[in-house]
Design a protein around this ligand. Structure first.
Ligand SMILES: *[C@@H]1O[C@H](CO)[C@@H](O)[C@H](O)[C@H]1NC(C)=O
Ligand SMILES: *[C@@H]1O[C@H](CO)[C@@H](O)[C@H](O)[C@H]1NC(C)=O
Ligand SMILES: *[C@@H]1O[C@H](CO)[C@@H](O)[C@H](O)[C@H]1NC(C)=O
Ligand SMILES: *[C@@H]1O[C@H](CO)[C@@H](O)[C@H](O)[C@H]1NC(C)=O
Length: 505
């Protein structure tokens, strides 16, 4: 059990977060320049983005909880957690395991789905052309079906299944799980504004994804999103049930604004536009976009509307510009570190989430700028045009896929060299279909966790936390801050890959 305890604490480190920008940055004057659109040069392709896109979505099949569908492609997985919710007489089967463990945390799950939906909304045509739209829809629906079950009343949402402590001291396939599957809810007396608002954002964004193909489902998602947003806004408070694993350091204003922005996009209801306009001062200057802090996502989502003529959103556009300046290297307002090999580095522990998340929203902004014939944005005396923003994001994508000092891809199953010891319970233990007997927590920790061999199952498409600040990477299951995948690392990557596929044509 000592191995388990050690291991448990390293998993909590992975999820630590903080608000990282210096407050004086609020005073910088930043603006979008609107002028002639600059020609965009086609960029040479080094990697098979289509293959990477397919794998990014494939990964979500490995994270599935519940009864697997007959057409499940990641065949080494089996059904798991079939009585989730049972202890509270509610059906909470389905949804996703967040990372390398077997807990279902709604907060990061919902963020994953908001971002995945955004990827599809923004680059649907490219995803369709790559033959992946059906799989993108399935990966979103796997979670939205679950959210619809988890919202059991106008002021009641089940937000977690599983006990992180007993789960973390156990190395077990989800198919064998015998750790407690406790359930946590939020309600009027124990509200959870962050998780409720993120759920509203996910449902609203997903409603846009399904609007054309399944309007009834989209309507149901949007109705539920509005109900859940009312709950989030009316009963304010932070849910601490997921601490210390998913503690929100940024507070809940970012989720409220993010949800309102998505509700406006999804419904066109100007009440939500009013909400974000009235509360724009709550949107702080930030340096990261993550499961915890969504301010930059809201700023860029609303900048698109600003660039399309919605002038009341100017404060968000200014904040979005500040975010981009902070994140890009080599300008007077740069705040974020980079590894010597050129990877954006915010902090150890699922660092690639900051890379994929910020690169995705920067590309969305670059497209919006180009569309508005914007010349670019100024960071002090440095001008970035759309093409510069694309080049930055492409460099980050290519680093993850193999253009890095170690010459390896950080996506399992992609390219000739990739992580073989992904920190993931089900991938690291032989498939339930090969050894059908129960493999206990202890046996998992003794025989499978410390094994020097590659994982018996390749969790194809999983992007791991990635290298440290020196571009070093130890391919070891023990090093969860670098070798663990999470659902929210992949979600923005889907949109990025789809966008860079367009450059091929
Ligand atoms: C789950 O439900 C079944 C039947 O409803 C019951 O027999 C079983 O004891 C329940 N399990 C738990 C863990 O509550
Ligand atoms: C509200 O949620 C809290 C915390 O999850 C729980 O202890 C309490 O029983 C819930 N209240 C009701 C009325 O269900
Ligand atoms: C919102 O407006 C857009 C653009 O006019 C339109 O395409 C979309 O269908 C509208 N959505 C809803 C839910 O009415
Ligand atoms: C945002 O503004 C609305 C009015 O449009 C107000 O009702 C709401 O309480 C504000 N939200 C926050 C988080 O202050």
């Amino acid at each position: 059990m000592t191995a388990g305890n050690r291991f448990g604490s390293s998993e909590s480190v992975r999820r630590r977060s903080k608000t990282s920008c210096l407050p004086f940055m609020n005073m910088i004057k930043l603006q979008f320049l609107v002028g002639a659109m600059l020609a965009m040069e086609a960029q040479g392709l080094e990697f098979d983005y289509r293959d990477a896109l397919e794998k990014s979505l494939f990964f979500y099949e490995g994270q599935r909880s519940g009864k697997l569908p007959v057409h499940q492609r990641m065949t080494w997985r089996g059904d798991s957690a079939l009585v989730d919710g049972n202890v509270s007489q509610v059906d909470l089967t389905g949804g996703y395991y967040d990372a390398g463990d077997n807990v279902k945390y709604q907060f990061p799950m919902a963020f994953t789905i908001t971002l995945l939906s955004w990827s599809v909304i923004e680059y649907e045509e490219e995803i369709l052309m790559a033959g992946q739209l059906q799989f993108a829809h399935e990966s979103i629906r796997w979670a939205t079906d679950y959210f619809l079950k988890a919202v059991t009343g106008p002021t009641q949402i089940w937000v977690q299944v599983g006990d992180p402590y007993s789960d973390h001291i156990c190395w077990e396939r989800p198919e064998d799980m015998d750790t407690p599957r406790m359930t946590l809810q939020i309600n009027e007396t124990s509200p959870g504004t962050e998780v409720a608002a993120e759920t509203a954002a996910a449902l609203a964004a997903a409603s846009m994804v399904f609007r054309a193909s399944d309007p009834d489902y989209a309507e149901r998602l949007l109705d539920t999103a509005m109900t859940v947003f009312d709950f989030a806004d009316s009963y304010r408070g932070t849910f601490h049930g997921a601490c210390p694993f998913y503690c929100s350091a940024s507070g809940y204003h970012d989720e409220l604004l993010w949800a309102a922005a998505w509700l406006y996009r999804a419904s066109n209801n100007t009440q939500f536009l009013q909400y974000v306009v009235d509360n724009s001062t709550l949107s702080n200057d930030v340096c990261e976009f993550s499961w915890d802090n969504k301010h930059a996502g809201t700023q860029i989502l609303l900048s698109k509307l600003y660039l399309a003529g919605e002038t009341s959103l100017e404060p968000y556009a200014k904040q979005a510009a500040a975010f981009v300046c902070h994140v890009l290297p080599r300008n007077p307002w740069s705040q974020v570190s980079y590894t010597p090999g050129g990877l954006l580095y915010v902090r150890l522990g699922a660092n690639t989430q900051y890379v994929t998340g910020s690169s995705f929203i920067i590309v969305v902004l670059a497209d919006a700028l180009a569309h508005a014939n914007g010349e670019g944005l100024m960071c002090g005396n440095v001008l970035y045009n759309s093409q510069d923003l694309f080049a930055h994001a492409k460099r980050q994508v290519d680093y993850i896929l193999g253009a890095n000092p170690l010459g390896m891809s950080y996506m399992a199953g992609f390219g000739p060299k990739y992580p073989t010891q992904v920190h993931h319970r089900s991938a690291s233990i032989i498939s339930i279909h090969e050894i059908t007997r129960h493999i206990s927590c202890g046996e998992g920790f003794m025989n499978w966790f410390p094994s020097a061999s590659p994982n018996p199952n390749v969790l194809v498409g999983a992007i791991v936390g990635g290298p440290d600040i020196n571009d070093d990477y130890r391919d070891s299951r023990r090093d969860s801050s670098c070798t663990e995948p999470t659902t929210y690392i992949n979600s923005g990557f889907v949109g990025l890959l789809a966008r860079f596929l367009r450059e091929e044509n």
